[in-house]
Write a protein that binds this ligand. Structure first.
Ligand SMILES: [Ca+2]
Length: 196
């Protein structure tokens, strides 16, 4: 398990560097706990959070989600992850500081809850409430030990001094939804002409 996690993390980091050559010199962006490591969910279990409840610096703003504790299944980064279906589809959001007109890239790891009936789990990423990316993940053949995380990215141009990032399940029914972890925001000037 430890080896698997390290491998996934290394691949994700390498992919980020390849796609975002300017990340290393980017200004820090204050997305907090994109790895969903706090609060701590019970080890080998999970906590179901419903609309109106905080999930660390994130908020559950519709439906319900499961905060997956250490050891329950493989995380993409560190110990915890989020199943975007709690008892049904849910949505989590976080607002962070941005600079209007600046380009940002969201990176995250995607898998799906391999329990229950396996198949395609779907969801969407929203920026300030607008759909920016649909995603899907097929859990067929995946296990709690081998979740099969894949890296996803999207890029947007901020329109204000803060931006709200949301991840929502569109897997209509049931407790087995898309799983996210390792969310990060990069703001980059990968060119020599950037004024910073
Ligand atoms: Ca994590």
């Amino acid at each position: 398990m430890v080896v698997l996690r390290a491998s996934v993390t290394t691949i994700a980091a390498a992919g980020l560097l390849a796609l975002l050559p300017g990340t290393a010199t980017a200004a820090p962006v204050a997305l907090d706990d994109g790895s969903f490591e706090y609060p701590a969910a019970p080890a080998n279990s999970f906590t179901t959070l419903t609309a109106g409840q905080p999930l660390g610096p994130w908020a559950v703003d519709s439906g319900s989600v499961d905060l997956i504790g250490s050891g329950f299944w493989q995380a993409a980064d560190r110990a915890q992850s989020v199943d975007l279906n709690g008892t049904g589809p849910g949505k989590v959001s976080q607002t962070f500081a941005t600079t209007a007109g600046r380009t940002y890239t969201i990176s995250y790891s995607l898998a799906g809850n391999p329990g229950g009936t396996q198949g395609v789990k779907t969801g969407e990423v929203l920026i300030d409430g607008q759909n920016f990316q649909n995603f899907s993940f097929d859990t067929t053949g995946k296990t709690f030990a081998k979740m099969g995380y894949v890296g996803r990215q999207l890029t947007f141009v901020a329109t204000g001094s803060s931006t709200t990032l949301s991840f929502a399940s569109t897997t209509a029914a049931g407790a087995y939804g898309p799983v996210i972890d390792n969310v990060s925001v990069g703001s980059c000037c990968s060119c020599s002409s950037c004024s910073g």
